[in-house]
Design a protein. Structure first.
Length: 496
C-alpha cells in the first residue's frame, strides 16, 4: 500500500505540473489526489493494527507513527472493549487524524483568505497607487531590484506568503506585459522565500523551529542573513538579464462601473485621504499579525481575521456616509470576497491534505530516517531536504525532522561532540531553517508564496521550471555554500 500511495502521489503531482497541456485545473487534480490517498490510507492503516500488537514500541512506531496516540485514543474511547480493530482504526483516522490535519490546513486557508481579502480591499480602492505613483523608475532592470529588495525585507517582517500577495498586486500597477510580469513575479517568489528564511516569523518552518525552541532570533539573524541575501541576489541578477529597455507609461486598469452614464471606478468614490487611510489600516492589520501572535500565542489566522473584521467595520462606516453614491460603485468587503481566487484555496486544501497522508503513514518520517542513516552529514541532509521541499510541502518535512532529534544536554554533548549540531541554534536546525525556506523556490508549487502567485498571475508550471528553477537553484546553492564556509572556516578562524 505504501508503494501505491507514493506512486499515486507522483502521478497526481505530474497532473498538477502538467495542468496546461492536460487542460485540467491543478485544483481538481489536488482534490482528487487528496480523496484517493485518504481512501487508500484508511484501508492500509486497518491492515497494520493486528500486526502492531505483536511488536515492541519502536517497531510499531516505525510502521505507524501515531501508534502511541492511537493506543491512548482506543483506551479512552473504547475502554469497555467489544469493538473490532477495524472500527477502532476507522474511528481514529476519521475522528483524530483527519480532524487534526484539517485543523492545521484550515489555519493556513483562513489566513490566506483574510490576507488576500485585505489586499484586494486596498487594491480595489486604489490604495496601492499611493505607492506606485512614487515608484518612477522606468528601467526594467532597476525596477526589478527595487521590487525584490523591498520583497526580501518585507517578508522578514510580515511573512513570505502575505508579502508575495502584496507585491504581486503592486506589480499589476507597474508592469502590464504579461510575459515580463511573470519574470518579475518569479523573482518575487524567490525574494519572498529568501527573506522569510532568516526571520523567526518570516516562514512557517522558521516559526515551527522558533516556537519549539530549536532556534532563536539571536541565532537566525546573524547566521542566515548573508546566505539568504545570496539566495535572493544571485537569481535576481540572472533574471534581470531577461529584461531590457524601459517600461511604458502607466495606464489605469481598474474595473469600471456605470452611474448616470459616467464611468466610475470604486477608487473614484473615496477621497485621497480615505484611500491613504485604507492603505495604512490594511498594512497595519497585516503587520499586527506577528505582534498579536507573540502576545497571545494564538495562531496567525486569528490575528488576520481580527484585522479583516476591523477593516470591514471601518469600510461600512465610511460607505454609510456616502449615501449619494449608488451601491454598485461601492467596493464593500462582500464584493472583494468575490474577487478572491478560491480555486487556489481549494488547491491548498487538496495538496496539503494529500501530503498529510504521507505524514500519517510514516512515509515522510521514514524518508528523514533514511537520509540520516544513508548520508549522515547534517549539511548534506539539510540540503537534500531543501530540494525535497520544492516537491513535498516543507512543513511535514520539517515536522518529521523535529520529531527525530531532541536537544542534547551539556553532558551528552561532552560525551559525544557531534551532538552539538542538534543543540539549540546548532548547525542542523539553523541550516534546516535556510534550506526548507529557500528550497521551496526551486518549483513554483514548492512554497505557499509560489502557489499563491501562481494562482494570482496564472503562471505556467512548465514555464517556471524552464525560466526559474536553475536560477533559484543557483541562489540556493550559493547561500548554502556560504553557510557551510561560514560555519566550517570563517567563524573558527575568527574564534566565534
Amino acid at each position: 500500500m505504501i508503494v501505491l500511495m507514493v506512486a499515486l502521489f507522483i502521478l497526481g503531482y505530474a497532473c498538477i505540473a502538467l495542468e496546461h497541456p492536460l487542460k485540467i485545473d491543478k485544483s481538481a487534480s489536488a482534490l482528487i489526489l487528496c480523496a484517493l490517498l485518504w481512501t487508500i490510507y484508511i484501508f492500509y492503516a486497518q491492515d497494520l493494527v493486528p500486526t502492531l500488537g505483536s511488536m515492541d514500541l519502536e517497531q510499531a512506531k516505525s510502521l505507524f507513527p501515531s501508534f502511541e496516540e492511537f493506543n491512548r485514543f482506543v483506551h479512552e474511547k473504547f475502554a469497555d472493549g467489544g469493538v473490532s480493530a477495524h472500527e477502532q482504526v476507522v474511528a481514529f483516522v476519521t475522528e483524530v487524524q483527519i480532524v487534526e490535519h484539517l485543523g492545521d490546513v484550515a489555519q493556513t486557508l483562513f489566513y490566506l483568505i483574510g490576507a488576500m481579502t485585505i489586499v484586494e480591499l486596498i487594491d480595489i480602492h486604489g490604495g496601492f497607487t499611493i505607492i506606485t505613483d512614487k515608484i518612477t523608475e522606468r528601467s526594467k532592470r532597476k525596477l526589478m531590484w527595487i521590487v525584490c529588495i523591498i520583497t526580501f525585507f518585507m517578508s522578514a517582517i510580515l511573512d513570505n506568503l502575505t508579502t508575495a500577495i502584496v507585491m504581486t498586486m503592486l506589480l499589476r500597477k507597474l508592469v502590464f506585459d504579461q510575459h515580463e510580469r511573470w519574470i518579475y513575479a518569479g523573482s518575487i517568489i524567490i525574494s519572498a522565500n529568501a527573506g522569510g528564511a532568516f526571520s523567526p516569523i518570516g516562514d512557517v518552518t522558521t516559526i515551527m523551529l522558533w516556537v519549539k525552541g530549536l532556534v532563536t532570533t539571536g541565532g537566525l539573524l546573524p547566521n542566515l542573513i548573508i546566505p539568504s541575501l545570496l539566495a535572493m541576489v544571485v537569481p535576481v541578477y540572472l533574471a534581470s538579464l531577461m529584461l531590457k529597455g524601459e517600461l511604458p507609461k502607466q495606464v489605469q486598469d481598474d474595473e469600471d462601473v456605470e452611474m448616470q452614464g459616467v464611468a466610475l471606478r470604486p477608487a473614484d468614490v473615496v477621497t485621497e485621504g480615505e484611500r491613504r487611510h485604507l492603505l495604512q489600516f490594511g498594512v497595519a492589520a497585516l503587520l499586527f499579525v506577528p505582534i498579536f501572535k507573540s502576545i497571545t500565542h494564538l495562531p496567525p489566522f486569528i490575528g488576520v481575521l481580527f484585522g479583516l473584521g476591523a477593516l470591514w467595520v471601518y469600510t461600512e462606516i465610511m460607505y454609510h456616509r456616502k449615501k449619494d453614491i449608488p451601491e454598485g460603485a461601492k467596493a464593500r468587503i462582500t464584493r472583494c470576497l468575490g474577487r478572491i481566487d478560491f480555486a487556489t484555496i481549494l488547491f491548498f486544501l487538496g495538496i496539503l491534505m494529500a501530503v498529510a497522508t504521507l505524514q500519517c503513514s510514516g512515509i515522510l518520517q521514514n524518508l528523514a530516517a533514511w537520509l540520516q542513516t544513508t548520508i549522515g552529514n547534517v549539511f548534506v541532509i539539510d540540503f537534500v531536504i531543501g530540494v525535497l521541499s520544492s516537491v513535498v510541502d516543507n512543513v511535514p518535512l520539517v515536522a518529521g525532522c523535529m520529531g527525530m532529534y531532541d536537544i542534547p544536554t551539556a553532558a551528552q554533548i561532552a560525551a559525544d561532540p557531534s551532538l552539538a549540531d542538534f543543540a539549540r541554534d546548532g548547525n542542523f536546525w539553523m541550516f534546516l531553517a535556510y534550506c526548507a525556506g529557500v528550497g521551496g523556490s526551486l518549483l513554483i508549487i514548492g512554497s505557499a508564496a509560489g502557489v499563491v502567485v501562481m494562482g494570482l498571475e496564472h503562471i505556467n508550471f512548465v514555464w517556471y521550471v524552464k525560466k526559474f528553477t536553475l536560477l533559484a537553484f543557483a541562489g540556493y546553492a550559493a547561500g548554502a555554500l556560504f553557510y557551510v564556509l561560514q560555519e566550517m572556516v570563517i567563524c573558527p578562524a575568527l574564534g566565534i
